[in-house]
Design a protein around this ligand. Structure first.
Ligand SMILES: Nc1ncnc2c1ncn2[C@@H]1O[C@H](COP(=O)(O)OP(=O)(O)O)[C@@H](O)[C@H]1O
Ligand SMILES: [Mg+2]
Length: 366
């Protein structure tokens, strides 16, 4: 596998305590210890004041992989090693105009410290007069979004396979005191092994206690965000519920052409499951799409165990998922290492230039 990048591959704790047909509290306690270690690594990276480790000329720019509000993501080839990466270019001027300086600073710090099988991480970063550059391993299978739209909907066994990885990823992020805040199929990439990598840490934030910022994507916003309440990790569990629904139905539970109508539906917490949903799927979604955060799965006293032991996940062996030992529902077609056919086609983007360094002070710490 081209991913010798998986220097970051981690070994899960030994599976001695696993009980068949469930994930015991003792096993969970052991896993929590392991997550604590990962959190320490994350905190160490956070405190580390490292300098940028590449420059634009080290890369050959190829195709546009995606565009967003603040930047463009390019497929690039690292000239010396010949390896392919996804380079996210964030335009400083736009970041300042849209008041996202803090978010893009967090994105950088967080990407640098991440180390988990189902999330991306930062390989190189640097800045120039106009842009910030975040260079990540290129995940060639494309967005879950494209595969989902192409297939219409996923079989429940596939939704379970991806959902389990998302749960482990959120559990890891929350253990690092990170709230992710932008879970949706567009930000979930499928790698060549058929497993997922969550990308886009543009709204991710280190929080102790609560935060108030309104951000995310309308269909995936939790009611407490819409209602301007202080919120915490509960918002990610809500969006997991939306994701489980969307993967299995082919459309999200709360939708309308007008975002205000979407918000009304979300805060009312009313949605209808398609008749093909299994009883277990309806049940687990019902426990997650709880407007009342004190009743929402993920935030209850047993935390993530409520998912790990839910009937819908009965056949999931969580350790095997973590170690990529389960056969995936499908392998994306990847013809060569720099193959972009799993991504949409975008127009060439104009790259800006400037003889002077723009917003030097604002981005001094980047
Ligand atoms: N590591 C990556 N490998 C391949 N494609 C990526 C990668 N990171 C991002 N992309 C593509 O670029 C798109 C935009 O990147 P993202 O970080 O989500 O930016 P935005 O904040 O603008 O949404 C993604 O939805 C995905 O299609
Ligand atoms: Mg995105």
């Amino acid at each position: 596998m081209a991913d010798s990048e998986i220097k970051r591959h981690i070994n899960s704790p030994r599976g001695d305590l696993i009980q068949h047909g469930g994930y015991s509290p003792a096993k969970q306690e052991q896993y929590s210890q392991y997550l604590k270690k990962l959190r320490q690594d994350f905190v160490e990276s956070w405190d580390d004041k490292s300098e940028s480790n590449a420059k634009l000329n080290d890369f050959e720019r190829q195709k546009v992989l995606g565009t967003g509000a603040f930047g463009i993501v390019f497929l690039v080839k690292h000239i010396v090693t010949g390896k392919y990466y996804a380079m996210k270019m964030l335009e400083k001027e736009k970041i300042v105009r849209l008041k996202q300086i803090e978010h893009s600073y967090y994105e950088k710090k967080i990407l640098c410290g991440l180390n988990f099988p189902f999330v991306v991480y930062m390989k190189y970063y640097f800045k120039d007069n106009v842009y910030l550059y975040y260079v990540l391993p290129f995940i060639a299978g494309g967005e879950m979004f494209s595969h989902l739209r192409k297939m219409g909907k996923f079989e429940e066994t596939s939704a379970k396979f991806y959902g389990a990885q998302v749960i482990l990823a959120l559990e890891y992020l929350h253990a690092c005191e990170l709230v992710y805040r932008d879970l949706k199929p567009e930000n979930i990439l499928i790698d060549r092994t058929g497993y997922i990598k969550i990308t886009d840490f543009g709204f991710c934030k280190l929080i102790r206690g609560r935060t108030w910022t309104l951000c995310g994507t309308p269909e995936y916003l939790a009611p407490e965000i819409i209602l301007s309440k202080g919120y915490g990790m509960s918002v990610d569990w809500w969006s997991l519920g939306v994701l489980l629904f969307e993967m299995s139905a082919g459309h999200p539970p709360f939708f309308a052409s007008d975002p205000m109508r979407i918000y009304e539906k979300i805060v009312a917490g009313k949605y209808r499951c398609p008749s093909h949903f299994s009883v277990e799927l309806k049940d687990i979604i019902g426990h997650v799409l709880q407007v009342d955060t004190t009743r929402r799965y993920g935030t209850l006293k047993d935390g993530v165990l409520d998912f790990k032991n839910h009937k819908w996940f009965r056949e999931i062996d969580w350790d095997s998922i973590l170690n990529s030992r389960i056969h995936p529902p499908f392998f994306p077609k990847i013809r060569s290492p720099g193959d972009t056919t799993n991504f949409d086609v975008f127009d060439e983007e104009k790259i800006k230039d400037s003889p002077v360094c723009l917003y030097e002070e604002e981005f001094a710490d980047f």
